[in-house]
Design a protein. Structure first.
Length: 292
């Protein structure tokens, strides 16, 4: 019976070759495009899902008022991170950060130039729990001279990954000690890093040392991690009601807040459907975005 059906269909195709070609080609193209779109959407939504506690990680952003419109910007001041951690009950960790940028690393006579170095506060690896091959996340960035290398960077410098305690010269200026080695981050990670050094303003240029206590110098990033079970709405309300001494509202800036919409966008990465969705739904006025 099935053979008869097949013969009938085959003869129909042969009698109407042009229409058969158009129909089959259109069906093939339609299914292929739908499959590619589906794979692309799946890839976009896979970003950072592998990271433990990804739904608790947030980036703090300010709202800037310009010509009557609100523009959200990711550049914030250094003191904001510690103020959030100490004054907002629902925030467990907070860290200021700077970068990523280029950095020459030297071991002996060997120097390599890496393009993705970030300076992160002591809690940076508690907020973003990258998988470590060696070292402890809670201790890696506590010391001013601490530096975390990816396995690829460790191999490029030392030829191996068991390099805990080794000394690396950074920027041809100062020595840092390897306090952890982390796995290379997957492609679907918002962060793409080669090295994380302790964000120690006293070691930086004069303007960074001044910015460490200046609420008006907004050239840095701030990240926070909410406590397990924290109510985002309550954290949002607490953030909006920070005492005035902690939030000197300088000209053109509005209070930041936590997004209570549940819309997720990835940290740093901007080319994603989630970014477009947040913009279209009017969430641009919200200043802390979930990493999910």
């Amino acid at each position: 019976m099935f053979l008869s059906y097949f013969r009938t269909a085959w003869r129909s195709l042969l009698r109407n070759k042009v229409y058969s070609f158009l129909n089959i080609t259109g069906l093939t193209l339609g299914m292929s495009v739908a499959l590619l779109i589906g794979l692309w959407v799946y890839d976009q939504y896979s970003f950072d899902r592998w990271l433990p506690g990804n739904r608790l990680a947030c980036q703090v952003r300010f709202n800037a008022l310009e010509s009557g419109s609100i523009r959200t910007e990711s550049d914030v001041c250094i003191p904001l991170a510690s103020a959030l951690k100490s004054d907002i009950p629902g925030i467990e960790y907070a860290a200021a950060a700077w970068g990523p940028g280029q950095c020459p690393l030297t071991v002996g006579d060997k120097t390599i130039e890496i393009a993705r170095t970030i300076s992160g506060g002591a809690d940076f690896l508690n907020i973003f729990q990258f998988p470590l091959l060696e070292g402890k996340a809670d201790e890696a960035l506590r010391k001013p001279d601490g530096v975390v290398l990816t396995e690829s960077t460790a191999k490029a410098l030392f030829g191996r990954t068991d390099v805990m305690g080794k000394t690396v010269r950074m920027f041809h200026t100062y020595n840092a000690k390897v306090t952890a080695v982390m796995k290379d981050l997957p492609r679907n990670s918002s962060f793409q890093l080669d090295c994380i050094q302790n964000f120690f303003p006293e070691r930086q240029d004069d303007w960074v040392r001044i910015a460490a206590t200046n609420w008006n110098d907004c050239f840095f990033s701030a990240f926070v991690r909410l406590k397990d079970g924290a109510d985002p709405a309550k954290v949002e309300a607490a953030a909006k009601n920070m005492p005035p001494p902690l939030m000197p509202f300088f000209t053109g800036r509005l209070p930041f807040s936590l997004s209570g919409t549940g819309i997720c966008i990835p940290i740093i990465r901007t080319a994603s459907p989630r970014t477009a969705l947040s913009t279209m739904s009017g969430c641009l006025a919200s200043s802390v975005y979930w990493c999910c």
